[in-house]
Design a protein around this ligand. Sequence first.
Ligand SMILES: Cc1cc2nc3c(=O)[nH]c(=O)nc-3n(C[C@H](O)[C@H](O)[C@H](O)COP(=O)(O)OP(=O)(O)OC[C@H]3O[C@@H](n4cnc5c(N)ncnc54)[C@H](O)[C@@H]3O)c2cc1C
Length: 525
Amino acid sequence: MTDADVLIVGDGPVGQTLSILLAQRGWAVTVVDRWPTAYTTSRAVAFDSEAARVLSAAGITDYVANDTEPSGRYMWRNAEGTVLLDIQGSERGWCHWPDSTSMYQPGLESALTARGTQLANLTVLRGLEVVDIDDDGEHVAVACVDRDGERRTLSARWVVGCDGARSFVRQHIGAEMHDLQFSRDWLICDVVLDEPRRFDPNNLQVCDPARPRTSASAGPGHRRWEFMRVEGESIEELDTEESAWRLLELFDVTPQNATLLRHAVYSFQATWTNRWRSGRRFIAGDAAHVMPPFAGQGMCSGIRDAANLAWKLDLVLRGRAGDALLDTYGTERGRHVRHAVRMSVDLGKVICQLDPAAAADRDAVMIGARERGVGAGAPQAPVHPLADGVLYKGTARRGGLAGRLGPQARVRQGERVGLFDEVVGTGFVLLSTEDPAASLDAADRAFLDDLGARLVRVVLADGETADGVVADVDGVYLPYLAEAGATTVLVRPDFYVYGQAGTAQECRAMVASLRQHVTAAALTS
Ligand SMILES: Cc1cc2nc3c(=O)[nH]c(=O)nc-3n(C[C@H](O)[C@H](O)[C@H](O)COP(=O)(O)OP(=O)(O)OC[C@H]3O[C@@H](n4cnc5c(N)ncnc54)[C@H](O)[C@@H]3O)c2cc1C
């Protein structure tokens, strides 16, 4: 007997999301956090369409829909005010949620906390610092110390360190961080304006070599301004209320029209772990990767970690898959994260340019690109498709759907119109233009049934629906399949496509491959 199936170290947004995704699947989850109360300081200000989908699947759809705002337009200007880059984020992103959603992080964390309290099998213990972990191969014993110095040991089948950038769990598993050696200091100012003000663009990067600076939405009623430390200035000089107000004045933000909630200097880093797992211990979120915020991907990457690990741990805990499945967590997440960190650094190098001559060259290149119509379109994807891991590549031509994030749009079933994940549900989904069950034999169907997979046929927007049949209200799914030359896709619980099939025979091969991935791992464990 253990105290929990999974013990999560750290109740930040990543630990919260993972704990909910696991507890929703019925597992006994304990979260421990060293602080007696929630950390109420905002760091992240935005999340992407995929993160919104995961958060919605974690049961906080109301928060995501109502207590946030689409980030909207993101523009870069040079010191003279000339536009270098102009990106209009869509309000209908790939997962139906906006490309980018602006939010106030303490609000997000409160929503996740409230959701967690609805789950009887999720226990959050605050004021406990994890100081030691013993993995005997069967169970994990986690030693904690409370605020009075009392020691207490909790046991679990698995432990996940979501314990932030200075992760104890990371050190304990002997992981090392690969460091891109990119570090810049920025003053962060979180502000509430006395009177609402319209910002166009809603998010602005001023690429002024004399003082790179940012103005961004931080959710309804909140704004974030950021100012880079320049040469000849110390962190101590920059990190004062006086400096904050002096710099905020550049944006007509003064003590007469605004409240400064807080200011702090952050030294942005760019690192990732060389090890995501050791035995029964894992790491996720900032414990495994830290990146400058220029692509807004730090927390989003952690939320992806949570979505990826949750379904794999679930299958292993259910005895449906073996230990080897859990090794694919690091393989899959490592590739994503390396791309996100590198992309964030690439953006940072352009934004953080302090050399006036190099900045002038940059401006000339970017203005020229705009004149040629390059670089002003949709935001560059911060996420690469998965290449290795739990995927079926089959016979699809290069660029097939396997490893790519599946879309989400509205569907109709009977009278009900709603988001696919709400109408159909989450978990494995076999989505087809034909009756997906018809191409499978009884053993395949039993296997998918045992996984809790949903078999769904999609028809035209005005088509007839029934149990297991949905109509493609937004006209997304049928063109998506047709363009890929597929009749069927098998989507994983983290919304990534496992594989595609163009014929009934290939559909059977795809399901057989999944069975191999899952049960072969169980047999070897
Ligand atoms: C200025 C700034 C702007 C950012 N903007 C964005 C953005 O727009 N979009 C985005 O996606 N990301 C952004 N990020 C990154 C994002 O804030 C982080 O990636 C995210 O908050 C990390 O969440 P986490 O749960 O992994 O870690 P944390 O939030 O750091 O949580 C870790 C938790 O672990 C607990 N803990 C630590 N050690 C122990 C221990 N030994 N025992 C018990 N508990 C322990 C801590 O108390 C803490 O509660 C930004 C970051 C910064 C600094």
